[in-house]
Design a protein around this ligand. Structure first.
Ligand code: ADP
Length: 759
């Protein structure tokens, strides 16, 4: 029962998310594409399409996935039996196996469909279209899927209808507010404007290519008029046949690799459009139609998203916005002055989904429509007489005043983005467009005739307020994304520099022992026979050094690539310490240095990689012996400590608090000057205290630091020139130690290291 519930609520959430996405689309075309994508995602099927009912035809408006009909196809209802069943009954219809159902009639693009599910888009009980789902395997959809599909269609239908109406009104309003130029405009004039929109498409979607194609007169061919991105020169030379394999003038379309196999032309008259585009590396594109009035005039598209594998909702929204901008540019260029007389201003004003108001030159509201009242959560009447600035966020009113002045004194339209506070206290982003309207009914025209400037007494302004909150959020996301990309780019550059420096250091360091080996190999061949043994010893010694260096470098490279995996085990640390010191006993004696083991009793068991521990101890003991003159002392101690909130490390990692095991390697050697104490852990850094006898690579401490960090610990250093140095490895004990593996209670004081050194 509870599993069922959680399943249901998960599906509800997915459904809600899908409906939200459709709701967020800015225009009709975007909403259709989004619905197709969300439908496909919801049932995880092989294809989903949205069809619109035009009289007794179904028009394929948008689709997503592999098994889908060609966009733009118009299908007479009499020929699509299964779809008609759904539309006639106002209920979902399923064809469980297309091979055995008489109602199924294959339409282009759906040749491989075995299961089909169609759900009518209903507003009330009127069908406005149909959503269809397709799958390659028979019996893919049952009653559960039909129920989810029906729910999606039920929620999406009114949204689609509203968006379509909104689109229409928006276009009409634009026409009203922006009178078109008197004569037809030449195509060259709009080239620059379309190029700008195309460039904006490329930048805002972060695609690799963007293009705008316009239809040639009296032919289906499409000529590229604007392009941006890496192939812009090549794209500009292209004219497509308009065979439907790539572009589609009637519907938005997502082209992907799977679509390329489908060719509808195949007439042998040269390569198909999809092949032409694929030759430029364009196989994954988001394409939207451009319209001038009712006429379909071209397409705008972006291809190959640089982030992720397909275009997301954000990209679709941006593109539909840009497509309507481009359509407007073309519309104005194609048409002459529009006869706007036929419009019923009052109806448009009242029914507009955009907030509209008539203002005095000082911003007082003379009239407003219900949409504006809705935006401000107030009644229409309470707004009249108030100043528009009263409703803006404090601080934004100056911009309104400035815009009002500009309109009044220049007569030019102004646009400002501002924030409003509704009566309910919520903040929304609003794009405010202001235009002079000296000829509005009831307002005297004669002020113009008398030679007055638009702003003088008697002039009114019309303001359009569009809620752009969702666009703003998108924009903020985009800026944030860009910032992240820049940061990542910088990190990569830093890494690249580090790598270059590393490679040049490595080659430099490797050359020295190689040169010595080469020289002594020559001497071994040609030099004095009695010194043969010496020559060979030197070669052996340098080879050993070279070997150590290469191993060190490989270790570091593996650490950097994170391929050095830990193989932790429960360690008796005292044994490992004794083992390492034994190896160095002979060297220490030869150098006249006393090597002491201060570890007493049993230490807590450590959960660590044994080889790593040996390497860390070896590097530290080796250094201690190297930088301690004859007669000095080198010692190792260890103890358990408890670090509470470590005050000396302001943001100590959680693992550096609690029980810790400290292993100290100390010496009475030359010491390290304070100003070098941080640098000595850098790769290839070799201190000033080095003498010609102190051979080394400058990698030992860097490796220690990386390895201890991988164990969740850290290495610290205390040193004084002339007095000696103490390096302390701190391992957290708590994290991985199983209680049963801890030592059998060791008396305090017995388990610790001697006081000297490890603090
Ligand atoms: P290497 O010893 O091969 O030069 P390391 O990375 O092990 O490289 O050490 C870096 C530098 O730190 C050394 O060149 C030396 O100047 C200094 N150093 C390391 N350990 C000691 C020590 N115990 N006493 C004095 N100086 C030390």
């Amino acid at each position: 029962m509870s599993t069922e519930q959680s399943y249901e609520s998960k599906q509800d959430k997915q459904l809600l998310a899908a409906v939200n996405q459709v709701n967020l689309a800015d225009d009709f075309q975007g909403a259709l594409v989004t619905l197709a994508m969300e439908a496909n995602r919801l049932l995880a099927c092989d294809g989903a399409s949205v069809m619109w009912l035009n009289g007794d035809e179904l028009e394929v408006m948008a689709n997503c996935g592999e098994l889908v009909p060609l966009s733009g196809l118009c299908l007479p209802l009499s020929q699509v039996g299964a779809a008609r069943t759904a539309l006639d009954s106002n209920r979902p219809a399923v064809v469980p196996d297309t091979a055995e159902d008489m109602r199924w009639r294959c339409i282009p693009g759906e040749e491989r469909v075995r299961t089909w599910l169609g759900v009518p888009l209903l507003v009330g009980d009127r069908a406005i279209g149909l959503v269809e789902w397709t799958a390659r395997e028979p019996e893919s959809f049952g009653e559960d899927e039909a129920a989810v599909a029906a729910a999606l269609a039920r929620y999406a239908a009114p949204i689609l209808l509203r968006t379509q109406l909104l689109d229409d009104t928006r276009r009409r309003l634009r026409e009203l507010l922006e009178p078109r130029p008197a004569g037809p405009v030449q195509m060259q004039d709009i080239g620059a404007a379309l190029q700008q929109v195309t460039r904006e498409a490329l930048d805002s979607t972060r695609a690799r290519h963007a293009f705008t194609f316009l239809k040639e007169e009296d032919s289906p061919r499409l000529r590229c008029v604007a392009a941006a991105g890496s192939q812009q020169q090549e794209l500009r030379k292209i004219t497509l046949r308009g065979d439907g394999t790539f572009s589609d003038l009637t519907a938005a379309r997502v082209v992907d690799r799977s679509a390329l196999g489908r060719t509808s032309a195949g007439s042998g008259a040269g390569p198909a459009d999809s092949e032409v585009m694929a030759a430029l590396g364009i196989t994954n594109a988001l394409i939207l139609p451009l319209r001038a009035g009712k006429e379909q005039v071209g397409i705008i598209g972006v291809a190959e998203p640089s982030v992720g594998r397909s275009f997301n909702q954000g990209a679709i929204r941006l593109m539909t916005h840009l497509a309507s901008q481009a359509s407007l540019i073309i519309e104005r260029a194609y048409e002459g002055k529009a006869a706007s007389d036929g419009y019923d201003y009052e109806t448009v004003f009242q029914s507009s989904p955009l907030g509209l108001c008539v203002l005095t030159v000082t911003g007082d509201i003379q009239a407003c429509n219900p949409a504006l009242a809705g935006l401000l959560s107030r009644a229409d009447r309470s707004l009249v007489g108030r100043n528009l600035s009263d409703f803006l966020e404090s601080g934004d009113w100056r911009r309104l005043v400035h815009a009002l002045e500009e309109v009044v004194f220049t007569g030019q339209r102004q646009q400002v983005d501002t924030r409003i506070q509704s009566a309910l206290g919520e903040q929304r982003y609003v794009r405010l467009t202001l235009a002079a309207a000296p000829s509005l009914a009831g307002l005297p025209r004669k002020s113009q005739a008398a030679g007055q400037r638009p702003g003088e007494k008697g002039t009114s302004l019309v303001a359009v307020l569009e809620d752009v909150t969702s666009l703003k959020i998108l924009e903020q996301e985009r800026v944030e994304h860009l910032r992240e990309l820049r940061e990542k780019h910088q990190q990569l550059q830093d890494l690249d520099q580090l790598r270059t420096r590393f490679v040049s250091n490595v080659s430099h360091e490797l050359r020295t022992p190689l040169a010595v080996i080469k020289l002594y190999a020559t001497l071994a061949r040609k030099g004095r026979p009695e010194k043969q043994t010496y020559y060979l010893q030197t070669i052996e010694q340098e080879t050993h050094r070279l070997e150590t260096m290469v191993e060190n470098i490989l270790d570091l490279t593996r650490i950097d690539r994170k391929t050095l995996r830990l193989h932790p085990e429960v360690l008796a640390v005292e044994e490992t310490i004794a083992q390492v010191l034994e190896v160095y006993q002979e060297t220490a004696e030869k150098r006249g240095i006393e090597l002491k083991n201060h570890v007493q009793g049993t230490l807590p068991r450590l959960w660590a990689d044994k080889n790593d521990l040996i390497q860390m101890l070896t590097n530290l003991v080796d250094n201690a012996l190297k930088y301690t003159p004859r007669g000095g002392q080198v010692w190792v101690a260890a103890r358990q400590v408890s670090l509470d909130a470590d005050k000396s490390v302001p943001q100590a990692r959680p693992s550096l608090v609690g029980p810790m095991l400290e292993i100290a390697v100390g010496d009475t050697g030359v010491g390290i000057p304070e100003n070098e104490q941080a640098q000595i852990f850098e790769r290839f850094y070799r201190g000033q205290n080095n003498t010609p006898e102190c051979t080394g690579t400058g990698l030992g401490l860097a490796i220690v630091q990386e390895l201890i960090a991988q164990h969740g610990g850290r290495v610290t250093l205390k040193s004084q020139v002339g007095q000696g140095s103490v390096f302390v490895l701190q391992f957290p004990l708590a994290q991985a130690m199983d209680a049963s593996l801890r030592p059998q209670v060791s008396p305090p004081g017995d388990a610790g290291a001697s006081d000297q050194g490890s603090k």
